[in-house]
Design a binder for this molecule. Structure first.
Ligand SMILES: [Fe+2]
Length: 251
C-alpha cells in the first residue's frame, strides 16, 4: 500500500509542471485568439444613459444625449488604446525581447491615451454629462515583432480616428459648436500626425528588418528620441523632421 501511495505522490510531483506548461499553452492559444480578434476598437453598445440622469446637472445646456452617448462610446476606445499600448510596452520590456526603445515608445503612447481619456472625462463633466465606465477587452501578451506591434498600433489609431470623426459629425448634427471646437482644437490634427508617425516607423522597420543589428540600431534610435516621439525615424509633420518630443502629440 505504501508503494502505491509513493507512486501516486511521484506521478503528481512530476506531472504538476507539465500541467502548468499545458495551462500556459492553452492561455497562449487564447492570447493568439485575442490577437486574431484584435483590435476590438469598434465602439460597443454604450449603456443607456440613466433615464436622463445627467439632464439634471445644473450647467447643462445644448448638450444632446446622443452626443453624450457618442462620447462615452469614444471614451472606451481611448481606454482600450491605453490598455493595449501598455500590454505592447510590457512585451518589449520582457527579458527575452529586451528592446528598450520600443518599450519606451509604446509606454509613452499608453500614457498619452490615458491623458486623452482624462481630457474627455473632464470635458464630459464640464458640459454636465455622466461618464459611464465600460468593460475593456484583454489585449494579448505576445506581439510577435516590432512590425507586428506597429501594425496593431496603426490599425488601432485608424479606428480611434474614425471614432473621432464620427463624434465630430454627431456633435455637428446636434448643433454643438463648443464640442466640435474642442475636438478640432485638441484631437483631430494630432490624430492624423500620430497616424503619420506610426506609418513612418513602419516604413523604416521594413528597411532594417526585425532581427540582428538593424533592429538593435533602430531600437536604440527609438530610445534616444524619448518617450513621446519617433523623431529621426519619422518625419515631423509640418516640416523640420527629427526631434520627437512634439511629433507624436496625440494618438
Ligand atoms: Fe488617443
Amino acid at each position: 500500500m505504501k508503494q502505491i501511495w509513493a507512486f501516486v505522490f511521484c506521478v503528481s510531483i512530476i506531472s504538476a509542471p507539465l500541467c502548468r506548461a499545458e495551462t500556459l499553452a492553452e492561455q497562449n492559444k487564447g492570447s493568439l485568439g485575442r490577437m486574431a480578434r484584435y483590435p476590438q476598437m469598434k465602439p460597443k453598445g454604450v449603456p443607456s444613459l440613466l433615464a436622463g440622469e445627467s439632464m439634471k446637472l445644473a450647467q447643462r445646456q445644448n448638450y444632446h444625449e446622443k452626443v453624450e452617448e457618442a462620447l462615452n462610446a469614444h471614451l472606451r476606445m481611448e481606454f482600450q488604446a491605453f490598455y493595449t499600448y501598455r500590454a505592447i510596452a510590457a512585451y518589449f520590456g520582457r527579458s527575452d525581447i529586451a528592446l528598450p526603445g520600443f518599450y519606451q515608445f509604446f509606454k509613452g503612447q499608453s500614457e498619452e491615451e490615458l491623458e486623452h481619456a482624462q481630457q474627455f472625462i473632464d470635458y464630459m463633466n464640464t458640459r454636465g454629462g455622466i461618464f459611464i465606465a465600460q468593460d475593456l477587452d484583454a489585449p494579448p501578451y505576445d506581439f510577435k515583432s516590432g512590425t507586428a506591434a506597429l501594425k496593431t498600433a496603426l490599425k488601432m489609431e485608424r479606428d480611434v480616428n474614425e471614432s473621432l470623426l464620427k463624434l465630430h459629425s454627431v456633435a455637428e448634427e446636434h448643433g454643438d459648436p463648443q464640442f466640435t471646437d474642442f475636438l478640432e482644437g485638441n484631437f483631430l490634427n494630432e490624430q492624423v500626425e500620430a497616424l503619420k508617425e506610426i506609418a513612418d516607423l513602419l516604413t523604416n522597420i521594413d528597411r532594417v528588418g526585425n532581427e540582428g543589428l538593424g533592429l538593435y540600431v533602430y531600437d536604440r534610435q527609438l530610445q534616444a528620441n524619448g518617450p513621446t516621439g519617433a523623431g529621426a525615424l519619422g518625419i515631423e509633420v509640418g516640416g523640420g523632421g527629427g526631434g520627437g518630443a512634439d511629433a507624436g502629440a496625440a494618438a
